[in-house]
Design a protein around this ligand. Sequence first.
Ligand code: ZN
Length: 248
Amino acid sequence: MKSDGTRMRYASHLPIKGVGAAGQARIRDSHVILIGMGGLGCAAAQYLVSSGVGKLTMCDFDTVVESNLARQILYRSQDLGRLKVEVAKESLHILNPETNLELETQRMDDTRMLSSFPACDFVLDASDNYGTRLAVNRVCLSLGKPWLMASCIRMEGQLMLLRPDQPENACYRCTYGQAPDTLEDCPGAGIFAPVAGVVGTSAAHFALACLAGLSVPVGLHLLDATNWDWQTLKPKRNPDCQDCGKRS
Ligand SMILES: [Zn+2]
């Protein structure tokens, strides 16, 4: 810990079994790349920063529009038209000035991921499209980088921790091919605002637990918020998967 003041800030983490001062130091020394600053990204970023992640790179090229405000809780009415990442940086700096906040306003394609991911410890994909998720999957597989997929729509959410450094586990493409109830990407389908908060906060939990060194379960976690039912699936690795099938 840097100082007594810093230690006080994270005092509630220190008695947690498996976290303690050493786990909190690992969180402080970590760099997270967060892709997508919508409802999930806003919720996740707040807990990553408040919990003391050392560096957070936020990636989004969108500007704030009025229909974002119900669930994208880092933005205010007066922020309409501004870049989301710039507004988020101001808000998060007030929350915890100890986190180094970096911004990426270009679309995250394979090339940008390949240049930026090696320097980070964890990737959190809170984007809203399969193309980006599949690209994150490919690049994280090639680098052996742990990442988390988070998505939500209507009253449903999905979370999956992916560990390419543990090759016995299914990758995102293996899982997507087998998921019985895969969420579509459809802006018109709607999203109940608190569901984005629940899933985004859950995503921060997975990331922080992983960074602190806690044992975190892999698998696909599905939330049906209408019935408040969480289900966990254990997708099997597909030996013919075009992304991970050729690994040893
Ligand atoms: Zn695969």
